[in-house]
Ligand binder design. Structure first.
Ligand SMILES: [Zn+2]
Length: 258
């Protein structure tokens, strides 16, 4: 299973945006209790965008007031687009929301968060600079990380309050590329270089169907270390080690990442 990272959500926003932006919602069906009575039919989708791992579908109600459908994929979530009447790829009970626009329907499945917000900025006010945002600010990301010198870099990189977009796969890949152990104190790391690597990887992958950090787009060769427990390091041949950091799997080469 591929855990959604910032680039996943960015690509998803693009895909959904192609279909929904400018469309008028003919019917909306929110299947979570809190929003079950919400009806955005007649609203026009003005934008679909990502901020870190958060997805926003901005809608202008018929009255002209803006509202935004905020979702977070967490571990299992996704959005799919279908022509009305075709079979869904996931079971109906997994659908949290269905947005109808003419003969198209966008279905949000297994979403970790789903809410309808008058002011969407409140949902992401806690986030650090977005690695894929128009307003990406590397200096702010570096200073946010630097403010936590004693936290292991592998933990700090996942803290979306410091910078937004890095998930479990990228933290392993970034640490390998920078030749540092994820347990290294953040204060002992070349932070501008780490932040730059995060941005480079996410940007390169924002529109790719398969995540790739090695530059080799061949099945099974796309990643340096993630998911490669006990397999030989692509650089030095040492067996890759899997361990838990902050209760999530991390993969390292003990030789390349002392
Ligand atoms: Zn190695």
């Amino acid at each position: 299973m591929t855990v959604p990272e910032g680039d996943t959500v960015f690509a998803l926003a693009r895909r959904l945006g192609t279909v929904l932006t400018g469309a008028t919602l003919t019917r909306t069906d929110f299947r979570v209790p809190r929003w079950a009575l919400t009806d955005l039919s007649g609203g026009r989708v003005t934008a679909v965008r990502s901020v870190g791992k958060h997805l926003f579908i901005d809608v202008e109600r018929p009255s002209g007031t803006p509202v935004s459908i905020h979702s977070h994929l967490k571990m299992e979530g996704t959005w799919d687009v279908y022509r009305t009447g075709t079979a869904w790829r996931r079971p109906g009970h997994a659908a949290r929301v269905v947005l109808h626009a003419g003969d198209t329907e966008a279905v949000g499945f297994d979403l970790g968060t789903l809410e309808v917000l008058d002011d969407p900025s409140t949902a992401v006010a806690h986030l650090g600079p977005d690695l894929l945002g128009d307003d990406w600010d590397p200096a702010a990301a570096v200073s946010n990380l630097a403010a936590h010198p004693d936290v292991p870099i592998g933990v700090a990189l996942l803290d979306q309050r410091l910078l937004a977009g890095v998930g479990n796969i990228y933290r392993s890949e970034v640490c390998f590329l920078r030749r540092i152990s994820p347990t290294t104190r953040t204060g002992d790391v070349d932070l501008p270089a780490v932040v730059d690597t995060c941005r480079t990887l996410l940007w390169a992958n924002r529109a790719r169907p398969v995540r790739c950090t090695t530059g080799v787009m061949v099945k099974g060769k796309e990643l340096w270390v993630y998911g490669r427990d006990r397999r030989p390091c692509r650089r030095c041949g040492t067996a890759i080690v899997r361990s838990d950091l902050d209760s999530r799997a991390t993969y390292t080469c003990p030789t390349c990442q002392p």
